[in-house]
Design a protein. Structure first.
Length: 305
């Protein structure tokens, strides 16, 4: 696929949006990839990183191998994700701490619109797709209600935590950061990064690479053979995840993970919220988030024409 510099710049901007979403526990970068129209290309490109690529590299050279994995696309996208994590993470953390209702309201509106957007991609609804949609929604909702596990710190545990978290990050509707919290690995990994514990970071990283390469193959197969059913499950995932990003929460429990505090909460009505619900501003930001998706869809449609 021939792309211009502007095309790759746009892909980088999409990566920045994905990275910003992944920083927030409860919002998935996979959702952003889907609504920005790069999800299937991302899965296919990752899936192409295999032993076959090494054979092409040996026989036909670097250029052919690079084209095989869609290297320019992956570099542009992951550059955007890295830029976002390094620059926007602090801003999003500040907003989560000082204006959580308004930030969650924006993401809530965005994700509600994403349910509609992804659901529109399903070309045929039948009993199977409806069942897949309901199962996806129930599973995602159940995940958002699970309490965090106790930290174990074993290397095998951290390996699989990295693998599962990266799988969640590329699944629309499920947050990788939230999965780490559930598995009791969030504080350990955060502490390893802060103390530059390279051994722990390496184990988690290898687990993430393993999860990414293996899970992308499964997703690629499902998209190739059961596209409508797969889309129905993903749409359900996004719908079920709305419980996690509902703006108004009541605190159930507070846990300490090293120097990091994790608040366990449950959704509540804005009218029962203990504090200022900021209802008017929350509704405005939810509407802005909702309309943002349809603006992106409109721009993509104009570009295709």
């Amino acid at each position: 696929m021939q792309r211009s510099f502007l095309d790759y710049l746009i892909i980088t901007l999409k990566g920045i949006a994905m990275g910003a979403a992944d920083v927030v526990p409860g919002v998935s970068g996979g959702t952003i990839a889907f609504i920005s129209g790069i999800y299937e290309e991302l899965i296919t490109s990752i899936n192409n990183i295999s032993l076959e690529t090494l054979k092409i590299l040996r026989k036909e050279g670097f250029k052919k191998a690079w084209e095989q994995i869609n290297g320019n696309f992956l570099i542009a996208l992951f550059l955007g994700i890295a830029i976002s994590v390094l620059s926007l993470a602090k801003l999003l953390e500040w907003l989560l701490e000082h204006h959580p209702i308004l930030l969650w309201s924006f993401f809530f509106g965005l994700v509600v619109a994403s349910v509609i957007f992804v659901g529109k991609q399903i070309t045929k609804w039948n009993i199977g797709t409806v069942a897949a949609f309901i199962i996806g929604a129930i599973v995602a909702y159940f995940i958002t209600t699970l309490p965090p596990m106790h930290e174990t710190g074993g290397y095998l545990h951290l390996f699989f935590a990295g693998a599962l978290a990266i799988c969640a990050m590329i699944l629309p509707g499920i947050s990788g950061a939230f999965i780490l919290v559930l598995l009791g690995a969030y504080g350990i990994i955060l502490g390893a990064i802060n103390t530059r514990d390279l051994k722990t970071i390496a184990i988690v990283g290898v687990g993430a690479i393993f999860g990414l390469l293996s899970f992308s193959k499964l997703l690629k197969y499902l998209f190739d053979h059961y596209k409508n059913g797969t889309l129905a499950v993903l749409t359900g995932f996004i719908l079920g995840s709305l419980n996690k990003i509902w703006p108004w929460k009541a605190i159930t429990e507070i846990k300490k993970f090293g120097d990091k505090t994790i608040i366990i909460d449950h959704s509540t009505s804005p009218f029962n919220y203990d504090g200022d619900p900021q209802l008017f501003l929350a509704i405005i930001l939810a509407v802005i988030g909702f309309l943002t998706i349809f603006l992106l869809e409109k721009l993509a449609t104009v570009k295709e024409k």
